[in-house]
Design a protein around this ligand. Structure first.
Ligand code: ASP
Length: 314
């Protein structure tokens, strides 16, 4: 097995071989999840705690289902009602939980780097479910699995990531992963929504959708992340949709068989046309959700194996 990591904090620290190992294992979980009996006991006896300091629908539900299907005891911390509200620091909360001997800690936090910091203080495997605008590794892995299954490969593809790149941890993790597997990544969006240092990311940058999408195999749309904006980045949503919203006319510039992706939550009529998002001949958005459970099962399985090995060696 080629998976050395003890935590899943980001794509940055994973090798291409570790990514492929995880995706291959996830394939077997796709099959399991489609079967009548969805249980495998690889996390039997283990405790998984989900700590979400930011809103989540897909990711939290998906981690919970993944843990339960693998036989873990899963607890969702009600963060709104936790002692964080009484002024306890993230580290104190983590230390308190650590004393209860969890095996897997799944954390989403609004601050970049917070999950990494926490992983240094606890004795269990930590999975980053999104930290600020830094990384969202399981999203990039589920996107990769969706692309690989749909296109039959995960290298030498032209992939356009479009919209609010500057505020997106999804974009960052995807740029890293797709680059490690030798794909050509283009970022498409208004210059106000490009991150600083974009020139060092090894990508091509376009501010026109038609040019950016020309000849692409994959078109990945992103939500305008208003919760991370502290000023006016776009003239108006109407204007934004006109220039950057994906509709069939703009998609016609990509390859004929190009697929459309979106991590959700989607704003129909802002970054994507609602009918196109629902078009099962082009959109793989529901596949992304399905792959999310399988990828999270694979990630927790691999981390649990490494955790057991390190405990036995200690
Ligand atoms: N769900 C993704 C995230 O948590 C994307 C988004 O919120 O727009 O980053």
């Amino acid at each position: 097995m080629t998976f050395r990591a003890n935590h899943l904090l980001g794509i940055e620290t994973l090798g291409p071989d570790e990514i492929v190992t995880l995706l291959d294992l996830a394939e077997s979980y796709v099959d399991l999840n489609r079967a009548g009996n969805k249980h495998a006991e690889v996390l039997g006896g283990m405790t998984q705690v989900n700590m979400f300091f930011e809103a989540s629908t897909r990711t939290q539900a998906s981690f919970e289902i993944a843990g339960k299907r693998l036989g873990a005891d899963v607890m969702n911390m009600a963060m709104a009602a936790s002692s964080i509200k009484k002024g306890e620091t993230l580290i104190d909360t983590a230390m308190t939980l650590n004393a209860m001997h969890p095996d897997l800690l799944v954390v989403r936090h609004p601050h970049s780097g917070a999950v990494d910091l926490l992983s240094q203080k606890v004795n269990c495997a930590v999975l980053n479910a999104g930290d600020g605008r830094h990384e969202h590794p399981t999203q990039a892995l589920l996107d990769a699995l969706t692309i690989r299954r749909s296109k039959g490969r995960l290298h030498r593809l032209n992939i356009a990531i479009c919209g609010d790149i500057a505020h997106s941890r999804v974009a960052r993790s995807n740029i890293l992963l797709l680059g490690k597997l030798e794909n050509r990544v283009r970022l498409v969006g208004p210059t106000t929504l490009m991150p600083s240092g974009v020139a060092d990311l090894g990508v091509e940058v376009y501010d026109d959708m038609r040019d950016g999408l020309a000849g692409c195999d994959v078109v990945m749309m992103l939500r305008l992340q208003k919760e991370r904006m502290d000023g006016g980045f776009i003239p108006s949503e109407r204007e934004y949709y006109h220039r950057y919203g994906l509709d069939t006319e703009k998609l016609a510039h990509a390859k004929e068989d190009a697929i459309v992706m979106h991590p959700g939550p989607m704003n129909r009529g802002v970054e994507i046309d609602g009918l196109l998002a629902d078009d099962i001949n082009r959109s793989v958005i529901q596949d992304q959700v399905e792959m999310g459970v399988a990828v999270r099962m694979a990630a927790m399985d691999l981390l649990a194996q490494n955790l057991r090995a390190s405990r036995e060696a200690a």
